[in-house]
Write a protein of this length. Structure first.
Lengths: 181, 278
């Protein structure tokens, strides 16, 4: 039965008219779908791809900008730190210089004062020495005259003379001092 | 004779337990009665041209629907269309041709959807896939074959293309005695013929299988028989229906896979025309 049918129907037959209609349909599909519809869809896909790509690009740019600003900020911070340290260093140096200068000045001043004092002392000493020398001369002369005026009989008398002289000297000294006062 | 069989197949008035045998669907179902005859070179205008028009209309409708009011932020409808285009790009043209094949995406998308919907006409109960008539797959395969010839000769020169096809480079000379006849046969005969036959045969067999389950189920259903037998016939018929549903789902898969394979092979053949050496 089937064999009989197979003989009747040639399933491998290619009908040229059907194929031609098929080709026309394919042409219509080609012009409508492949030429119009799909390119439209692909265009939108590309545009979206570009838009997304653009968005990523923009985000990347913003990120780079932020990074740059951060770097600048960091640089500035570092710079100001450095400047601060420099200023500190400078201040320290200045302080040291000021101290050294002051010390030097003080030393000079002290030396000057000491020198002045020394000169004063020397002058006083000189004056005292001169005065003392004058007085010693006078006193010696007086003492000598006394000794000579007295009888040089005994030692006791001499001792007395000297003691008296010294007493007088002392009393005259105190009166002189009282006079000064 | 053939007319009788067609009538028997078309009007299965015969049922189980009513004393007559089962008339299995025959390949006659792929030869519908022509409405207009007498055109030279053809058996006539028949159901297949209506099916072709249905498929064509469906393709045009589908793509006008996919491509209208497109926006950068797609809705569901636009998303499906885009998915289809990206599917063709990522599963067909990119793997076979690489980025240089992106220009073929529209053509491949058109061919894929056209074949898919030509197959899907077979899902309408009582109708057949357009591609179950060899005329249509042969036309499609012939179009691809001619396209590969044109592209190959444009890219590699007339003789250059044929030489690259029948003398694959990089072989010792004596081997060509063996290889060249095989390549000639392969490239210019077997390839286009199998390209067409693969699609045709799967659609043909799939439709026949579905028809067997449908006819069998209808034949086994006999509610006018004795109650016990009627119940049994319902069980048989139900089993056939389940088989029909299972194979129907399976057939949807096969139709999609065959459309995919046809397009993939077309892309592969075009790539061999684009590249000199492979």
């Amino acid at each position: 039965m089937l064999l009989e049918l197979a003989a009747d129907y040639n399933i491998l037959r290619i009908d040229p008219v059907k194929a031609a209609f098929g080709a026309i349909a394919l042409a219509v599909v080609y012009f409508f779908v492949a030429r119009k519809a799909v390119p439209k869809v692909m265009k939108v896909l590309d545009e979206r791809h570009d838009a997304i790509e653009g968005g990523i690009e923009r985000a990347k740019r913003a990120e780079a900008e932020a990074e740059e600003i951060r770097q600048q900020y960091r640089d500035k911070l570092e710079e100001s730190h450095r400047e601060y340290a420099q200023e500190l260093e400078k201040a320290k140096e200045q302080r040291a210089a000021i101290i050294a200068e002051a010390r030097e000045e003080a030393q000079v001043e002290a030396k000057r004062i000491i020198d002045a004092a020394k000169a004063q002392i020397e002058a006083d000493r000189q004056q005292a020495f001169v005065q003392l020398r004058g007085e010693i001369g006078t006193l010696s002369t007086e003492l000598a005259s006394r000794i000579v005026g007295e009888t040089l009989g005994d030692g006791a008398a001499q001792t007395r003379v000297v003691d008296r002289f010294l007493e007088e000297l002392e009393s005259s000294e105190s009166t002189k001092q009282a006079e000064v006062r | 004779m053939s007319a009788d069989v067609r009538i028997l197949a078309a009007e299965p008035g015969c049922h189980l337990f009513s004393g007559c045998g089962f008339e299995a669907p025959t390949i006659g179902m792929f030869f519908p009665e022509p409405w207009i005859t007498g055109i030279p070179g053809t058996t006539g205008i028949d159901l297949y041209l209506v099916l072709l028009l249905i498929a064509l209309g469906a393709v045009l409708l589908l793509w006008s629907w996919f491509s209208k009011k497109l926006s950068l932020v797609p809705g569901r409808r636009q998303g499906i269309g885009e998915m289809l285009v990206l599917f063709i790009r990522d599963q067909i043209t990119r793997p076979t041709m690489g980025a240089k094949g992106d220009g073929f995406i529209p053509l491949m998308t058109a061919i894929f959807t056209f074949i898919l919907l030509m197959n899907f006409t077979g899902l309408i109960p009582g109708l057949l896939p357009v591609n179950s008539d060899l005329s249509f797959p042969a036309m499609l395969a012939g179009f691809i074959f001619i396209l590969t010839l044109i592209i190959g000769m444009k890219k590699q020169g007339g003789w250059g293309y044929i030489r690259n096809q029948i003398f694959p480079p990089g072989m010792p000379k004596p081997i060509y005695v063996l290889v060249t006849p095989i390549e000639i046969l392969s490239v210019f005969v077997i390839r286009p013929v199998t390209h067409a036959l693969r699609l045709f045969a799967t659609m043909f067999a799939g439709s026949l299988l579905l028809a067997v389950f449908a006819y069998g189920g209808w034949y086994m259903l006999n509610v006018t028989a004795e109650p016990a037998l009627a119940a049994l016939s319902v069980v048989y018929s139900g089993a056939a229906l389940l088989g029909y549903i299972a194979f129907f789902v399976f057939e949807i898969l096969i139709m999609a896979v065959q459309a995919f394979i046809f397009t993939l092979l077309a892309s592969l053949y075009i790539n061999q025309s684009l590249e000199a050496a492979h």
